[in-house]
Design a protein around this ligand. Structure first.
Ligand SMILES: Cc1cc2nc3c(=O)[nH]c(=O)nc-3n(C[C@H](O)[C@H](O)[C@H](O)COP(=O)(O)OP(=O)(O)OC[C@H]3O[C@@H](n4cnc5c(N)ncnc54)[C@H](O)[C@@H]3O)c2cc1C
Ligand SMILES: *[C@@H]1O[C@H](CO)[C@@H](O)[C@H](O)[C@H]1NC(C)=O
Length: 380
């Protein structure tokens, strides 16, 4: 099928790009491997999840949240917002179509895309002048290889499979990973009566959602170093000294760290208090597993019934995007850093690969659509 614009992925980034293109009256096709849009949010997130950032930093282009939406949007309301968004812009993704490869056809000056209809198994080929990759930073689950892991007899799942602490009461559960998901899942487990432990291996900023919101607002008017110092002063006062519980702050402040490395701060939902009260126990890195027993760095060990790996995700671009121009790094992210990351070569674009959440997605979608619109009139 010959197309002007093909978008791969119907998550927030693909949807936002389609909406922005429609503002320029440019038609596009979205293909999506799952049977619904925003599958990450519908099928791979836990029940108590709310957007971590205030809603003013999380709207997609050209559509604010409906009035009365809570400041921190719950998962179900975010999904509802996306459904409204799809309806409003009349976006019609083709579902159950998984892209298996994409390569630039130099003589034809087109992106040649091979996909599979996951229901019939049939192969589908597309040729597109512009290709927008919107398959997400969270393409596939990352679980570290731990010696002895296969000997663990209990349940061991990735955070994307975790729904709720219901059913874990009385069980000894280890959460590996201390990002936003790990901390919130540990909190949820402890709240449901699980005997909860968490592995915190690296320095991390724990911040309140209020100071994050204030910081993100102030940084528009003030140097980031001052805003970072303000956030840390406020939150050190609020949380007290967490270092004796195994939580130390990185050297760079929270906003600078995010913009330089993409690493997020943990926006506390209550885990910090439970860690201080030793209701959630903290361990250093895992060094091996032997049956039910987990041995930690430094020699401590403990026995567990279940493990949740909140160890993040990997981009999949290196698996299927034929990158003759060396646009990608080893992690499957565009080599060009922010703010130029969104524009590849030969009509290739990346939406949602700046590690800047929904605000970053909004910027990418607008940039991509106006760049495509700036080229000669399109014929479909
Ligand atoms: C638990 C969690 C909480 C988050 N909370 C926030 C928050 O509060 N605020 C914020 O700003 N950001 C947050 N983020 C980060 C980010 O905004 C979300 O991950 C967002 O969903 C990213 O949108 P996306 O469209 O780039 O990727 P995704 O939502 O992952 O969508 C990509 C889509 O592409 C499809 N796809 C992938 N590969 C193929 C293929 N080969 N062929 C066809 N289709 C394919 C996938 O099925 C998926 O539907 C959070 C992320 C996670 C994991
Ligand atoms: C994901 O969830 C939606 C609705 O919540 C459902 O319609 C869809 O079938 C689910 N998809 C998968 C692959 O589980």
């Amino acid at each position: 099928m010959e197309l002007a614009v093909l978008i791969i992925g119907a998550g927030p980034a693909g949807l936002a790009t389609a909406a922005c293109l429609s503002q320029h009256s440019i038609p596009c096709l979205i293909v999506e491997r799952e049977d619904c849009s925003a599958s990450l949010w519908r099928n791979r997130t836990y029940d108590r999840l709310k957007l971590h950032l205030a809603k003013e930093f999380c709207a997609l282009p050209y559509m604010p949240y409906p009035p009365n939406t809570p400041t921190y949007v719950p998962r179900a309301e975010f999904v509802k917002y996306l459904d409204l968004y799809i309806e409003h812009f009349d976006i019609q993704p083709r579902f159950c179509i998984a892209v298996e490869s994409a390569a630039y056809d130099v003589p034809g000056k087109r992106w040649a895309v091979v996909a599979r209809d996951t229901i019939s198994g049939a192969e589908i080929r597309y040729a597109a002048t512009y290709l927008v990759v919107a398959t997400g930073e969270n393409g596939v689950e990352r679980i570290p290889a731990i010696p002895g892991q296969e000997s663990f007899p209990g349940e061991a799942i990735h955070s994307s499979m975790y729904k709720s602490g219901r059913g874990y009461a009385g069980q000894r559960v280890l959460v590996v990973g201390s990002g936003n998901s790990g901390m919130e899942i540990a909190y949820d487990l402890a709240r449901h009566g699980a005997d909860t432990s968490i592995v915190i291996r690296s320095p991390v900023h724990i911040v309140t959602k209020e100071s994050m919101r204030l910081g993100m607002t102030l940084v528009k008017y003030m140097p980031v170093s001052i805003v970072d110092r303000l956030i840390m002063m406020k939150d050190n006062f609020f949380f007290g000294d967490l270092s004796k519980h195994g939580i130390v702050r990185p050297k760079m402040g929270p906003l600078l760290l995010k913009s330089k490395t993409g690493r997020s701060s943990v926006i506390d939902v209550g885990a910090a208090e439970l860690i201080k009260n030793e209701i959630i126990k903290v361990f250093k890195g895992v060094s091996k597993i032997a049956g039910n027993k987990v041995i930690f760095e430094g020699g401590k060990e403990s026995t567990f019934d279940a493990i949740v790996f909140a160890t993040g995700y990997k981009s999949t671009l290196n698996n299927w995007l034929k990158d003759n121009k060396h646009m990608l790094n080893n992690d499957g992210f565009p080599k060009k850093g922010y703010p130029d990351h969104w524009k590849g070569e030969d009509g290739l674009y990346f939406a949602g690969f700046a590690r800047r959440g929904l605000a970053g997605i909004t910027m990418d979608a607008k940039n991509i659509a106006s760049n495509i619109a700036s080229f000669a009139t399109l014929s479909v």
